[in-house]
Design a protein around this ligand. Structure first.
Ligand code: PHE
Ligand code: NA
Length: 453
């Protein structure tokens, strides 16, 4: 039995957890979700979800990992043998996500290089689908969509190489470089964004509060969904990362830093993205509403088009933007993949190297499917299904099982309070036993009826 790996420093753990949290969800998901769900008014359900579910669950998962010192499945089975499957469920969802998250990072790598001479040209949509991905004729290399293959191999080589080096020498070192770099690049982007002509119009559109939908369940569902995805909770990730914490760790305090740090980054991204969208709208004489986009469309179609129009240093700006996607994506992909590697090591008592080879290797092979014509079309549906059902459902089951069936909360509470400066009281307990189960239960019920009835 090898002893469990450990983070070298407190900052190392925090950077790794922030690295997992800050990802594509912050940069291209949050701005669009907030805008579509009431703009300035969205902050009410968003903050409610952050304070009654996001941060409380983060504290809970950190405490579980720290107390039971295992990958998610091992942590659950140490809590109660009968609940090991919940850990594997989280691991499985993480595994699936890693197979397509890697593909998007691969695109971002290509676009970082395209930035040097703005090779996407003026028809950015045509470029993405007919040139870069060439969906019409991927024939030449055996059905593979040409543009994705090599960068995808690079992504996996980098991530699995880092994971192979281990928790302290690999994940911690990588995040110590990636995250400060990401913050600097992002600050430059946002500064540039808010000083563009039209930025004010964009920000006005983003922050203008629309209270008309505030009572609609869909808006609250959007807020909870965003918080879960964005904080990487209920994916087995945060349990895994905290299982490498040293005995003396201020878990509660760390959870607040990670939770508030992630939200700050999200807000910053909203400001940057909408500043830029405002520029675009004013440039083309349309309302901001007409240029709003999220996801793949925002990053790989709308942004390249806007970068073309930049007043100066277009290439540099493109490079910085796509590099920030790559850095944010890689640090998240590391954390997703570590969950199954850690799970395999604990379950089968194999070395980290073997787990990286088998677990990571399998994920990498499956991800190659998305580099084919059919696989690429599949990407969207998998993403939708995982986000709607995977995350919220695991979150609900996790909270209900721990709070109501195992009645573990008070044990976790005293564990956290023993080693943390911030004391957990009734806010934490009520959030997890009452508020979160009710809201998530309602949410799942709504999703189920919408999709299957
Ligand atoms: N939290 C990451 C983001 O905001 C996404 C992510 C999801 C990371 C699942 C790991 C696991 O983009
Ligand atoms: Na995030």
């Amino acid at each position: 039995m090898n002893t469990r790996s450990q983070w070298g420093t407190r900052a190392g753990f925090i950077l790794a957890a922030v690295g997992s949290a800050v990802g594509l969800g912050n940069i291209w998901r949050f701005p669009a979700v907030a805008y579509e769900n009431g703009g300035g008014a969205f902050f009410i359900p968003y903050l409610f979800a952050l304070l009654t579910a996001g941060i409380p669950i983060l504290i809970m998962e950190f405490t579980m990992g720290h107390k039971y010192r295992g990958s998610a499945p091992l942590t659950f089975s140490r809590m109660n043998k009968k609940t090991e499957w919940i850990g594997w469920w989280g691991v499985l969802v993480a595994f699936v996500i890693s197979t397509y998250y890697s593909v998007i990072i691969a695109w971002a790598i290509s676009y970082t290089l395209f930035s040097f001479n703005l090779s996407w040209g003026s028809d950015t949509e045509g470029f993405l689908f007919s040139n870069y991905l060439n969906l019409a004729d991927p024939g030449e290399i055996g059905g593979f969509v040409p543009g994705v293959l090599i960068p995808l191999i690079v992504v996996w080589a980098v991530v699995l190489g880092i994971l192979f080096k281990g928790v302290k020498k690999g994940i911690e070192v990588a995040n110590r470089i990636f995250i400060p770099l990401l913050v600097i690049i992002f600050l430059i982007i946002v500064l540039r964004a808010v000083t563009l002509p039209g930025a004010v119009e964009g920000l006005e559109a983003f922050f203008a509060p629309n209270f008309s939908q505030i009572m609609s369940p869909d808006v609250w569902i959007a807020a909870y969904g965003q918080i879960f995805f964005s904080l990487s909770i209920a994916f087995a990730i945060m349990i895994t990362y905290s299982s490498y914490l040293p005995k003396k760790s201020d878990i509660t305090n760390n959870a607040f830093i990670v939770g508030l740090g992630n939200s700050s980054f999200e807000l910053l991204a909203g400001i940057g993205v909408f500043g830029i969208l405002g520029f675009m709208a004013v440039q083309s004489n349309v309302a901001v509403d007409e240029v709003v986009a999220g996801g793949v469309g925002l990053a790989f179609v709308v942004f390249p088009a806007i970068i073309n129009e930049f007043p100066a240093m277009n290439e540099l700006f493109g490079f910085l933007f796509f590099a920030s996607l790559v850095l944010a994506g890689l640090s998240s992909l590391m954390s997703i993949s570590e969950t199954y590697i850690s799970g395999l090591v604990d379950k089968f008592n194999i070395s980290r190297g073997k787990a990286v080879l088998f677990g990571g290797g399998l994920a990498a092979l499956i991800s190659l499917l998305y580099a084919t014509q059919g696989g690429l079309n599949f990407l969207d549906s998998v993403d939708y299904f995982i986000n709607q059902f995977g995350v919220a459902l695991i979150g609900l089951v996790e909270v209900v099982v721990i709070a109501w069936f195992l009645r573990e909360l008070s044990g976790l509470q005293s564990h956290a309070n023993e080693i943390s400066d911030i004391r957990l009281g009734s806010w934490w307990t009520i959030s997890l036993t009452v508020i979160t189960p009710i809201v998530l239960g309602y949410m799942m019920f709504g999703l189920f009826t919408q999709n299957f009835l």
